[in-house]
Design a protein around this ligand. Structure first.
Ligand SMILES: [Zn+2]
Length: 101
C-alpha cells in the first residue's frame, strides 16, 4: 500500500485491494490506540474526540517495521502505533463528511 497526504492535513492510503481511504486527520488522531488514549485493561477510550484540539494534523509519519506506522501529531502526541490491519479496519469507519470543526 501507499501512504500520502491528502489536502493540508488528511492522510490518503491507497490499499493493494484497489481501495482508497481518505482519513481525516482529527478522526485518525481520535483513533489513537496507545496506552495514554485507551485504557489497556478495559479498552475504554480515555482521550475522547472532545478532548482533542480542533485543529490537529500529522507532522511526521514513520513506518514501524512492515506492520504499522507511527504518527507524530501536531499536538505533540506520538506514542500511537497504527497497524495496517487497524487502518484497514478503520476504512469502514471514516465519517462520511468531515467532523464539524
Ligand atoms: Zn495516543
Amino acid at each position: 500500500m501507499e501512504i500520502n497526504r491528502h489536502g493540508d492535513h488528511d492522510i490518503l492510503i491507497r490499499w493493494n485491494t484497489g481501495e482508497d481511504g481518505i482519513y481525516p486527520a482529527r478522526f485518525l488522531r481520535g483513533q489513537c490506540p496507545c496506552a495514554t488514549c485507551v485504557d489497556e485493561l478495559t479498552g475504554k477510550r480515555i482521550v475522547t474526540p472532545n478532548l482533542l484540539p480542533i485543529l490537529v494534523y500529522p507532522t511526521k509519519i514513520e513506518p514501524v517495521g512492515r506492520y504499522a506506522i507511527q504518527v507524530f501529531w501536531s499536538d505533540g502526541h506520538s506514542t500511537g502505533i497504527y497497524t495496517w490491519e487497524r487502518l484497514y479496519a478503520l476504512l469502514a469507519e471514516i465519517p462520511r463528511s468531515p467532523p464539524v470543526q
